[in-house]
Design a protein around this ligand. Sequence first.
Ligand code: NAD
Ligand code: DAU
Length: 350
Amino acid sequence: MKNILITGGAGFIGCHVVKLFVKNHPDYKIINLDKLTYAGNLENLKEIEGYSNYEFIKGDICDIDLVKDIFEKYSIDSVIHLAAESHVDRSITNPFEFAQTNIIGTLTLLNQAKISWQDNPKDKLFYHISTDEVYGSLGDSGLFTETTHYDPKSPYSAAKASSDHFVRAYHNTFNIPVVITNCSNNYGPNQFPEKLIPLFINNIQQKKPLPVYGKGENIRDWLYVEDHAKAIDVVFHKGKVGETYNIGGFNEWKNIDLIKVICKVMDKKLCREKGESEKLITYVKDRAGHDMRYAIDATKISKELGWKPSLQFEEGIEKTIDWYLENTEWLKNIISGDYQEYYNKQYNLR
Ligand code: NAD
Ligand code: DAU
């Protein structure tokens, strides 16, 4: 029996982690703490609402009193911490919110773990979910390993890097049992349509321009979100305390090539003429400080813990597109709210 606090469980990756843990581990009690910002959506968790080992709490990870109450009321012995502000473009327009949630929020959780666990750290675990962006940007060659020096370049990655440092500092100074994973770009169902793949699927559907930053030559390493959730399950159960594991898809794509794949699949699915969606590609002003290339070396988690991605990209992208085409209500509910205002400010496109 474990009492696990999962933060950010109503977001994109969090909802897949919560669903996996609730369904696969009926002997664990899962408490999902989420503020339900623009990115949090309880629709993502409909299928587990009635499970007796699951409870949702709406609240802020920066709220010291609330976090204390949760640790005490539920005798929390593990934390899987995903709550964060996660979109790089938003961090450029509002860095303070990123420092607050990603740094102060993490510190609030860590400090309560220290208070609750310091006298008896046995069988406790603070699992911090981080990103490959903390390592900075790669040139044409090389991969991020667990020993690559931190070199964050956006307000988002700077805040995530800072939170990683606090997690390691609490391990070193107060003996809090921690583990950190740094993952590459996720894609799949339930991702908020501000990120590249769902944004472009939505725009193609609506025949709107596809805003490609710069020349579209930046490279990302893509992992299907359910494979990330499985990796988190593996690290939670088999990871060594104090260690860091990189998680990646062994799947690098130049943005423009990936966009063309999405266009091709969408033309087929929507019975449009070949090449129709590609005509929507519109090159726009580059993202400020745009990192050129991320690529993860996931050898350590694969060798030591036996995790590997299960899906090929071609299969993953079809599944993702199918999900968005089948879940038009989910998408409609999002884009009918504040989303339009964000979109117009960010892109200034029709
Ligand atoms: P997301 O933006 O989709 O979801 C974030 C969730 O956190 C939302 O449900 C939101 O309501 C919640 N939240 C935000 N601020 C909060 C607060 N103060 N208190 C409580 N809840 C709050 O993010 P995501 O893409 O699912 O990312 C989840 C985690 O994984 C983040 O820590 C992110 O840095 C990391 N990560 C993401 C990716 C990716 O490709 N999306 C890759 C690697 C790592
Ligand atoms: O690498 C892990 C990170 O991946 C996570 O930590 C972040 O939370 C997640 O948002 C993601 O960051 P990116 O900035 O790589 O993802 P995004 O989907 O915003 O952009 C992917 C690439 O596409 C990037 O090179 C920028 C480009 N892009 C993005 C958008 C939204 C465009 O060309 N046009 C766009 O409109």
